[in-house]
Every structure is written in C-alpha cells, then in structure tokens.
Ligand binder design. Structure first.
Ligand code: ARG
Ligand code: ASP
Length: 715
C-alpha cells in the first residue's frame, strides 16, 4: 500500500492540483487524459475497452435510468440493475394493500410476470463528438450576453436537426467547462422497461433516513429491471409482443470483491457539481444560504417525526415526504461542515490572490473578474435568501403549496373553453386525491406556525410577501392566531369542501378560490416572487454565468499543465479511485467494508428502519451464504472507495481493474459531501452495495436464482 502511494505521488507530480479519486472524466477523452494514470493505479483494461465507437465496449452497458439515476445491463437479455431508491416510484406504483411490493419485495419468476412501467425510459449514449467550433460559429467577444446566447441556440438547433436526420438518434448538445466547450451527444431511448425484482424495503432501504449519507452502511439498495424492444430489435412503446433487448455489451460480474487499495471506477451519469466557483459563491452556499435552509427543514422534520412516532398511519403518510425533506437537509449539513473543515473559503481566497497576481502579470482582461464576482454575489445574496424562504418556508407549508395547484383554475373566466376548464378541473381533482391521501392537518398546522414565525422573524419587512405583514397589522404579530384562522377558514384543508368546489365548477366559482385565505397567502408569495425576485435574479445569474465562463477559461490558461475535468452536467462520465477506509474524526477510523454481522448489530424490531426479517436472520444463523461470502467467510454488504461521485451516480456500477462489476453505487459518506464544491481525498468516499450481497439476496433470500443464471458471473 505504502509503495503504491509513493508510486502514485510520483506519478501525480506532472498533474499538480489534482488528487487520486478526484474528477469526473469524459469517456471519449480517457485515452488521452487518464489511461496512463488509471493503469498506474492498477487498471488492467484499456480506455478503448471502456469507451469505443468502433467496437462494443463497457459504455454499451450503461444507461441513464429515468431522468435522475444510472442503470447497467448485466445480461444478454437486457436485464438491468439500479438502486432500490431509484426504482422506488415504480415499485410503489405497483404496490397495493394486497400486493405490497414496497414492504414485501417483488420477484417476477417468469418473463410474463415482469411489470411494465409506462413513462419510464432508459437512455443509452451511442456516441459523442466535440462541436465547439460549430456551436460558436459567428459568436464574438463584442456580442452582448443575450446576442451570444441567441446565436449559440440558433447554431445548436441547426446542428441537432441535421444530426438527428442523418443518424436517426435523439441528439443533444451539452456545454462543458461552463460554456467553453460543446459536445454533441447521440442517444437511443428505450421505452418499454419492466420491473423484474426488488427486495423488501427493510433490505432495500435498511437504515432508512437514519443511516442516509452515512457510513458504516448496511443497505441492500438495488432493484432489477429489464429493457424490452420491438420484435425488430428497435426501441418501442410497451407491447405484449415486445422482446428482451439484446445489448452490444453486458457487464460481467465478479464474486471476488475488492480489497483495501484496489483500483475501482464508477461509470454513470453525475448530475451537477460546481468545482470552479469563486470564494464568494462558496461562502454564499456554505455559510449564508445552507444554514437557514437547514434550520427550516429541521423544524419540519422534527414535527413530522413527533407525529409519525405516535401513529403508524401517519408514519406511512409522511415517509416519502420525510425522505424528500431529509435527504438534502442532511446533505447540506455535511456540505457546510466539510467546507469549514477544509477551510474551503480560505483555500479559494488564496487561489484568487494567486490568480490576481497572474492576471496582473499577464496584463489581460481577467483582472476585473474577482471584484466583479464579489459585487455580483453580494447583490445576489438577498435575492437567493428571499427565494429560499419562498421555497423552504412559504411553500414548506403543505396547505399553501396545495392551494398553489388551483392557480390556473382561479384564472378562468367566461372566455375559457369548456374542454380546457374540464382539463383543469380533472387535474385539480387528481391533485386533491393525492394530497389528501397523505395529509395530516395537525402536522401541517404545527409546521405552519413554526415556519411562518421563522419566515416573519428572519426576512426584512420591505422584502417579503405581503401576508407576513398582515400578521403584524391584523394579528399584532401573533403568528399562531394567524395560522389558526388560516386553517380554520380555508377550504383547502377539507377533502369534502374541495370536491364540492370542483363538482360542477364554473368560471363563477373562481372567486371562491381567490377569496380563500390559503390561496391569498400563496398568491402573495407568488406575486412577491414574480415582482421582486424573478427578473433581478435572472439577470444576476446570467451575469454570473458569463463571469464564470471567463473565470473557467482563465483558470485553464493560468494552469496549462493541470488536467481539468468539467463539472458534472448529466452526461456519461468515468471517475476512478481506490477502495479505502477513512478517519471521519480524531482517533476514529472506519473500515472500508460492512457485513451481515452489522445488520444483526443494528437490528431492532421496534425501530422501523432497523427491522430484520426472520428469513434473513435464519440465513445468518446458519451462515448460509452460498458462493457469495468473502475469504473470511463473512457476508459482505457494502464498501467505500474514493471515487468522485454525486447525485445521479446512484445506480452506477462500480467496477474492478478488469472492468468487472463488483457493486452498485448508491450514496456518499457524510463527511465528504462537500465534494460537489470541493473534493477531499481524505474524506470523500462513495458508498456501494457489494454485488455479492445483491446476488445473495436474489438467490438465497428471494429464490430468484434464474436471474443470476442469465448473468455472466466470474468466480
Ligand atoms: N442520499 C442518497 C442520494 O442522495 C440516497 C437517498 C435515498 N435514501 C434515503 N434514505 N432517503 O440520493
Ligand atoms: N444518493 C445519490 C443519488 O441518488 C448519490 C450521491 O449523491 O452520492 O444519486
């Protein structure tokens, strides 16, 4: 290990500024930029094996799952793996009280039992090409921001049209390095995707929100799908006549696991990162906007939990809301802490000093950038805060965000066509149905009192929605009184009243919406956003984008010997690193893998997140692990490595030096979550479920060994 580190240190010298593990690289540039280093770190395959346009390669097995996750094909019959939390919506959709697949799991024992999911797609990248020169044709430095933007979209549109016609693929152009480079991406989109299997939630979501973003972790976060195509082998909408997709490549699976120090890489679709921001932006995120958002979310979560712990029905109603609010609540805490621990703002400031001296020396146009950032971020602060309060405090009250769904209906009049009105009514009815199914008014009322009080206290009188000022005028500042009348008088708290309103709704009823106190409060939030925030924010953000574009370019010119990687932008990327434990705090060390023993340690039949089923307990008691145990005879569950991942990488395969799949990525360690802004090799770790645990659950727990028979398993 030590030898390896020294070797690495030496190898890394010419690439100053980057550390092993950092970076999300463009697959088509791996050969040029990364292959040498990847091989030095232990990789035994070539860049061409990972990405090739001439022959089948690993990339042919990787897909964008839905719109926000990654999936990978693991058989020549189009069998695909992703995370349980990525397939959650589909699993839930097929669940009912009689067939509660979320709770009990689901396994199709034959192709006929696989369940279609209308609306779900997977997207496969066929190839990519750089088109910077074509996109920027006719663009020059004298153009205004607006002119520049218009020219770029005009060029892009023409290029896309031509490429789609010629190739038959769906084509997109994405910007890289903050509008400095452009790539054309050719995609094939598959539309018949069927659910094949999912473990019960107490495996797929073991540890729940308590363990979310945390290591050590014991979650079997996987689900199984299959891609179907028309009989001609081409993508097609669902049809009973469709057949399993035959991919150009499917990932082989290794049962050998990975050991400390081993080379690994993750291949998938990271969504968004911002690694090249100035210190002012880092300060705004980590110190200014995260803290109030954290506080507001915490307030909601505490109230949710109080009620959920007292009533199992409420727990189910608020489970998904809790997960949604809790996920980024926890992420923001980790991110701000991480930036502080890394002295992230100071680091950026030091760099900016260097940058200024360089700019001065080179006597170029870049000298004004840092002061311009200072100015624009200080202006942006007040707007960002106000917008955060709108989203997190105002619309954090369920009643107000539900009232918002009636906006279009409130605007109808005599002229509104019948069919349009009918559509609006139906959509409001649907909104009502799903709202009331999971609505518990006492929670929302308590949330409203708490959030509105914070909103009222924290935002300046002259820069907040009108309804907050009403609390001073009409209620002498008594938020509770205001909320009581709000909930007492609004029809939007009552399913009956809402359905009565929608029955035989005519344009004359629009005023019933307009006069409703919840709708009035929502309206005042909406007009505040519309009149005071939208336009200046758009302008400041556009200005920042254009500064950021120049700053990116300047950073690359200042450090010509540094290898830069573009921020994540939902395009296919490769990140690589080593299996590696870490020190989360002084005197504490976390080992790199967890086992079934840890599940039994956490087991608690009284805590929802830590229930373990008898069947799993029996397998554990008998140590009945089949061929899936590790060399020590343990059943491995999850492991960490230093791959630089982010949201969207969920479901991505983690592969070994031979390009064989050893796990499915699903999360990051809390201490390293500032990696979206700044990667720390000591703390940034991606978390994967070990593929041996996945196969063990399929085979030994669920009896679905027919799925494993389809795969290429290497022992
Ligand atoms: N933190 C992970 C990600 O950002 C997993 C989220 C789903 N799991 C959960 N317990 N809420 O997507
Ligand atoms: N859990 C994230 C996802 O769902 C992955 C991450 O942020 O590391 O994409």
């Amino acid at each position: 290990m030590k030898k390896l580190m020294i070797l690495l240190a030496v190898l890394m010298l010419p690439y100053y500024g980057l550390v092993a593990g950092e970076g999300m690289w463009i697959p088509m540039l791996l050969k040029q930029l990364n292959e040498k280093e990847m091989k030095a770190m232990g990789m035994r395959i070539t860049a061409e094996d990972i990405y090739s346009v001439n022959q089948s390669s690993l990339k042919d097995a990787i897909v964008l799952f839905g719109r926000g996750c990654t999936g990978e094909i693991v058989s020549d019959q189009g069998l695909m793996l992703t995370n349980h939390h990525c397939g959650y919506g589909q699993i839930q959709q097929h669940s009912s009280l009689e067939n509660d697949y979320l709770t009990n799991g689901f396994w199709a024992m034959s192709r006929e039992e696989e369940l279609p999911n209308p609306g779900l797609t997977v997207t496969m990248m066929k190839k990519m090409e750089e088109v910077t020169a074509q996109v920027l044709e006719g663009v020059n430095d004298d153009m205004s921001m607006k002119e520049r933007g218009e020219k770029i979209s005009e060029n892009s549109k023409a290029l896309i049209e031509a490429a789609e016609k010629e190739s038959g693929y769906q084509v997109a152009i994405k910007d890289f390095f903050i509008d400095n480079q452009y790539y054309m991406i050719y995609n094939e989109i598959y539309k018949d995707i069927r659910l094949v299997g999912a473990p019960p939630s107490n495996i797929g979501k073991f540890g729940g929100d308590t363990d979310n973003w945390m290591w050590p972790r014991h979650t079997g976060d996987f689900s199984v799908f299959r891609i179907y195509v028309g009989p001609d082998g081409k993508p097609a909408e669902y049809s009973a006549d469709n057949v399993p997709f035959k991919p150009d490549y499917h990932l082989p699976i290794s049962l050998n696991g990975a050991k400390e120090g081993d080379f690994t890489f993750v291949f998938g679709y990271p969504a968004r990162t911002s690694e090249y921001l100035p210190s002012y932006a880092i300060n705004l995120i980590a110190e200014v906007t995260n803290p109030p958002k954290i506080k507001l979310r915490e307030t909601r979560l505490d109230i949710f939990s109080k009620y959920a712990n007292a009533d199992p029905k409420v727990r189910i109603q608020y489970a998904s809301k809790h997960a949604g609010v809790g996920n980024y609540w926890k992420k923001m805490i980790g991110e701000s802490k991480g930036i502080r621990r890394m002295h992230g703002i100071e680091r950026k400031q030091d760099f900016e000093k260097e940058f200024m001296s360089w700019a001065k020396l080179e006597n170029n146009n870049y000298q004004g950038l840092i002061p311009a950032f200072e100015q624009s971020y200080s202006e942006l602060e007040k707007y960002n805060m106000a917008a955060d309060y709108v989203r997190e405090a105002g619309l954090g009250v369920e009643l107000l965000s539900f009232a918002a769904r009636f906006r279009s209906l409130s605007e109808v009049d005599k002229e509104t066509a019948d069919d349009k009105l009918q559509k609006l009514i139906t959509s409001a009815q649907n909104a009502g149905e799903s709202f009331f199914k999971d609505y518990h008014q006492p929670i929302d009322e308590e949330v409203a009192v708490a959030l509105i009080a914070i909103y009222h206290a924290e935002q300046p009188v002259d820069f907040r929605p009108e309804f907050l000022n009403e609390i001073d005028n009409k209620y002498k500042g008594n938020t509770k009184k205001y909320v009581q009348q709000l909930f007492g008088k609004s029809i939007f708290t009552s399913e009956e009243a809402v359905s009565k309103l929608l029955q035989n709704f005519s344009y004359k009823d629009a005023k019933k919406i307009l006069r409703d106190p919840a709708f009035e409060a929502y309206s005042s939030i909406h007009s505040f956003f519309d009149q005071k925030l939208r336009q200046p924010m758009q302008q400041l953000m556009a200005q920042n984008d254009s500064l950021q574009r120049l700053y990116m370019l300047a950073q690359m010119q200042m450090q010509p010997e540094k290898r830069f990687y573009p921020d994540a932008n939902f395009s296919l990327r490769v990140t690589y690193g080593n299996v590696d434990g870490y020190h989360p705090a002084d005197a504490v060390y976390y080992n790199y893998y967890t086992t079934l023993d840890g599940i039994m340690e956490k087991e608690d039949p009284n805590i929802y997140d830590y229930v373990v089923e008898d069947k799993l307990k029996t397998l554990y008691k008998n140590q009945d692990f089949g061929p899936y145990s590790n060399e020590q005879g343990e059943m491995p569950v999850a492991f960490v490595a230093s791959n630089h991942t982010t949201g969207g990488n969920s479901g991505s395969p983690i592969l070994n030096a031979d390009g064989q799949m050893i796990g499915i990525n699903f999360d990051r360690c809390w201490e390293g979550t500032m990696s979206d802004l700044m990667y720390d090799p000591a703390m940034s770790r991606n978390i994967s479920v070990d593929i041996r645990y996945v196969l063990f659950i399929m085979d030994k727990f669920a009896g679905a060994s027919h799925l494993i028979d389809e795969m290429t398993v290497i022992k």
